[in-house]
Design a protein around this ligand. Structure first.
Ligand SMILES: Cc1cc2nc3c(=O)[nH]c(=O)nc-3n(C[C@H](O)[C@H](O)[C@H](O)COP(=O)(O)OP(=O)(O)OC[C@H]3O[C@@H](n4cnc5c(N)ncnc54)[C@H](O)[C@@H]3O)c2cc1C
Length: 445
């Protein structure tokens, strides 16, 4: 038995795994009747999902990380074909020196191509380029009966739509072909503006989303009164040249610093979080306001520079809560923020971003037009779970959704409300595939 875990350490598990080495492999022959017990399968990427969507504690995970080879890269067209276990970090190391970049990237480069497809991940350019799945030209899906399906917007379209954002349940993606975007430099030209309150955020976001490829804000979820919803807004574009004196390096592969041990429980509390947020806001609003050039690595992946940062929450782990509500629900967003501030459970890093109206290709894709907030809650047991359940109620009422990739506790009623195409999706699930997340949200209620 090997240790497999999700990023937030809840629940920490040991489980059976198989590790295919070469394309053309067969999935293990398990007993279908045992699906709820030990006979089930689930693909595993790099475990960067926060909750239990990448875990299958009673069954077996099919670990994709040995399938880490490039198959073809056309430097003229920017079309890349690679095995599903290749990570975004691997890809960047090869493509950036050739002036290409990922079409969409999440806030960590340590995700696999298969994992990025299965959660249809989004990035800071959602308002312009939509989700990652939109840039997937095709992939091969291996089913447990040995069939392989070539899926693309033209071929096996239904499996293509079910597998993008399909939480690993429709089969194992063995390879994928993606369309990259052209860049002139590894640097991002960033405009940083401090804001006070949600109205200022909305105004900055509206203007940035018309004029810039990337936009995102950091927001303080711990302060109230005149500091309520203060934050830093960052709009960015790929620079058209590498600024003088800046190294033209492609990628920083290893974190510079690591958290060597789990933080004790007492280190994180209402006061330390508030103090950190005030310090971060004051330092950065004074130092980084205006235009600067940032290497893409620090712009897109600030947390990757701090190895094992998830240990900061201690061995009890943490919850991440990421949700989106429609633009018409600004009052709900304000109510939710107030609730988080009042609870004193708000985290160091809360990220606020507007999703645009670019359609997501997956039946279960999370992104949809609206305002999206992501934040961590240290695990304080029932207190944290109660707050999350109250937030769920507000999100459901607003017609929004919570992101499965970040979840380990949403109820089946909540999932059904967030993902109305669930019933349509079920027809594409591989009979031998399941996950701990799916077992929870697929319960009859
Ligand atoms: C610091 C940090 C920042 C993040 N920022 C963002 C963000 O900005 N936007 C965003 O969208 N997400 C974000 N995420 C979440 C992350 O991008 C997703 O959870 C991603 O899917 C993880 O990929 P993985 O390779 O680690 O896959 P895993 O977490 O191991 O698995 C994810 C899902 O993919 C399935 N899967 C994996 N491989 C395959 C395969 N070969 N075939 C079929 N299914 C497969 C699994 O079964 C599982 O359901 C962030 C995560 C972290 C830790």
């Amino acid at each position: 038995m090997k240790k497999y875990r999700s990023w937030a350490f809840i629940p920490p598990i040991e489980q059976k795994a198989v590790r295919p080495q070469w394309l053309g492999f067969k999935l293990p022959d398990t007993n279908e009747g045992e699906k709820e017990k030990s006979g089930s399968l689930l693909p595993y990427g790099n475990g960067r999902s926060y909750g239990d969507s990448c875990l299958n504690v009673k069954g077996t995970v099919v670990d994709s990380r040995s399938l880490n080879r490039f198959i073809h890269f056309d430097e003229n067209t920017g079309v890349l074909k690679c095995e599903a276990g290749v990570t975004f970090a691997d890809i960047l190391a090869v493509i950036v020196p050739k002036n290409w970049f990922l079409p969409v990237t999440p806030g960590t480069k340590f995700v696999t191509v298969g994992g990025a497809i299965a959660n249809d991940v989004h990035g800071k350019n959602h308002h312009q380029d939509g989700t990652f799945g939109r840039h997937v030209l095709g992939f091969e899906l291996l089913r447990s009966n040995g069939d392989t399906l070539l899926c693309s917007p033209d071929e096996n379209k239904d499996f293509y739509a079910a597998t993008i954002g399909g939480l690993g349940l429709t089969g194992f993606i063995t390879w994928a072909e993606i369309q990259l975007i052209k860049i002139e430099s590894p640097y991002i030209k960033v405009e940083t503006t401090a804001f006070h309150g949600l109205d200022e955020f909305y105004a900055l976001s509206e203007s940035a989303n018309k004029n810039h490829r990337y936009s995102v804000a950091w927001i303080d979820c711990a302060s109230s009164g005149k500091n309520f919803a203060r934050g830093l807004f960052m709009a960015g574009d790929h620079a058209d040249h590498t600024p003088q004196g800046k190294p033209n390096k492609a990628v920083q592969a290893e974190p510079k610093l690591s958290i060597p041990f789990n933080f004790p429980k007492l280190a994180l509390n209402r006061y330390s979080i508030k103090a950190f947020n005030a310090l971060y806001f004051n330092k950065n609003s004074a130092m980084s306001a205006g235009t600067s050039y940032q290497h893409y690595d620090s712009y897109f992946y600030p947390l990757d520079g701090l190895g094992d940062w998830n240990r900061i929450y201690g061995k009890q782990g943490f919850y991440q809560y990421q949700f989106v509500v429609p633009f018409s629900e600004k009052a709900t967003m304000e109510k939710i923020l107030n609730k988080i501030v009042e609870s004193g459970l708000g985290s160091f890093l809360a990220v606020l971003k507007e999703f645009g109206d670019v359609d997501s290709p997956g039946l279960l894709s999370f992104p949809r037009p609206g305002i999206c907030l992501a934040l961590d809650f240290a695990n304080r047991g029932e207190t944290t779970l109660k707050l999350a359940a109250e937030l769920d109620e507000l999100v459901i009422k607003a017609g929004g959704a919570v992101y499965p990739a970040k979840d380990v506790r949403m109820s089946s009623q909540a999932f059904k409300a967030y993902f109305p195409k669930m019933e349509e999706f079920k027809a594409f699930i591989d009979p031998k595939f399941t996950s701990d997340f799916w077992k929870r949200v697929n319960k009859e209620s």
